[in-house]
Design a protein around this ligand. Structure first.
Ligand code: AMP
Length: 429
């Protein structure tokens, strides 16, 4: 199937072919005609499915088909995103796909000067891509008027709620035309009850579009768990990157501090690495991402918030250095690879403290993930608290009854080197 059959204009088809896209992805096939029809959409689609073009292309076409009169341009389409990076990426897509159309767009997010944004808004924009906090700053300074918004897009709505943006979203909604007087598109990777409630409030008889099964991970991503002692994770990571000759790997840590520390340690191991997280200035985040995309930085170490929505073409490897506390975040994290039809690999380094988190993830995915113990990195059974999965992956299934080498020291404290046969298949790295 080609893009020609979806009802898009010649200008948009030209931009699409300049991007080198041959055929629409499933979410594009489903969303584009519905959005062109003016209907509301509730879409379950993860990053990597091509959802950005799925809403941007028809949005551009609708605005272009009904131009406003002369005078200053009102904001006619508003796209809300949870993070700065995602806002910048959506903004880039709007520019790319709309390059042959006479529409203007702007991206506004926090962490950078507000004055250039004010100046841009003053000159008039048709499409505004924004994070909620900075948008409300503009509202309070009366530098933006949202009363003429015709199309609203909430991108990665689940993450917006996770990040505590619900109050900001409510405030923004109060400034927009009523839901019957605008078109609303809501995209979310997962559908929690809160998302359903939000959808009920904001959408008007939406078409439901689902491209991947609910709460499942993209099928092209090969997922694997490497059980390993906590204190040997860094060594194993460096070893995998080096021996596998990985050129580009995104690594997730749980904390900002942990991200910084790991990036520094990897540098010491001779691997070029940068950290990206919420405490970094916008300039530092942009530089880290640019270095990673261009290939100068081999390892990007990120926290969940910073990584949300990162669009890196053909990213082959994602590593969970630590499992996320919230199982849904696992889905988001590994969705950074295997995008738009490429194959990807998602590896999680799991120590004994994290077995409960792993079980939560497997419950969400409704399947067990394969466990592979790497030669030389077998977890020390003396510091194992319990079997990984129903005792099956734990050679002998006697984990809990193993005497501990150390008492009272907690898990993962690097007990004795009394290595025994450990779990799962064996394979060399
Ligand atoms: P998204 O899910 O919107 O973040 O898009 C994921 C990636 O897929 C981006 O790098 C897009 O440039 C790319 N992409 C989007 N649509 C297509 C398509 N029809 N064919 C090939 N690549 C695409």
């Amino acid at each position: 199937m080609s893009f020609d059959t979806l009802g898009l204009s010649a200008e948009l088809l030209r931009a699409i072919s300049e991007q080198g896209y041959n055929e629409p992805t499933p979410v594009q096939r489903k969303a584009i005609p519905v959005v062109l029809d003016g209907k509301d959409v509730l879409a379950g689609a993860q990053t990597g499915t091509g959802k950005t073009a799925g809403f941007t292309l028809p949005l551009l076409q609708r605005l272009n088909d009904s131009p406003t009169g002369k005078g200053r341009r009102p904001v006619r389409a508003l796209v809300l995103t949870p993070t700065r990076e995602l806002a910048a990426q959506v903004g880039d897509s709007v520019k790319t796909y709309g390059r042959h159309l006479p529409l203007r767009s702007a991206v506004i997010f926090g962490g950078v000067k507000i004055n250039p944004q004010i100046e841009k808004l003053r000159r008039g924009v048709d499409i505004l891509v924004a994070t909620p906090g900075r948008l409300l700053d503009h509202v309070s300074q009366r530098t933006v008027d949202l009363s003429q918004v015709e199309i609203l897009v909430l991108d990665e709505a689940d993450r917006m709620l996770d990040m505590g943006f619900i109050h900001d979203i409510r405030k923004v909604m109060a400034l927009l035309p009523d839901k019957h007087a605008r078109q609303t598109l809501l995209f979310s990777a997962t559908f929690s009850n809160e998302i359903k409630q939000l959808a009920n409030r904001l959408l008007n008889s939406p078409e439901l579009i689902e491209v991947a099964r609910r709460n499942t991970t993209a099928e092209r991503i090969e997922q694997r768990i490497h059980p390993v002692d906590k204190l040997r994770k860094r060594e194993l990571l460096s070893h995998m990157i080096g021996s596998g000759n990985w050129r580009q790997v995104l690594v997730f840590t749980r904390t900002k501090h942990g991200a910084n520390r790991l990036a520094q340690q990897l540098e010491k191991d001779g691997l070029s690495a940068s950290a990206i997280h919420g405490n970094k200035s916008q300039g530092a985040r942009t530089r880290a991402l640019a270095g990673f995309k261009s290939g100068n930085v081999r390892v990007l170490v990120a926290t969940d918030i910073a990584a949300r929505g990162l669009d890196i073409d053909q990213l082959p490897h994602v590593v969970n250095y630590e499992l996320p506390n919230v199982p849904e975040d696992y889905v988001h994290r590994i969705g950074r690879t295997g995008r738009a039809g490429n194959e990807g690999e998602a590896i999680s380094l799991v120590c004994v403290d994290e077995h409960k988190l792993l079980r939560d993830i497997e419950r969400l995915l409704k399947r067990e993930l394969p466990k592979v113990v790497l030669e030389g990195y077998e977890p020390d059974p003396s510091i194992r608290a319990e079997p990984i999965q129903n005792g099956r992956n734990n050679g002998g299934g006697k984990g809990r009854s193993q005497p501990r080498k150390r008492s009272g020291g907690g898990n993962g404290g690097g007990g004795g080197r009394n290595r025994g046969r450990s779990s799962g298949n064996r394979s060399a790295a």
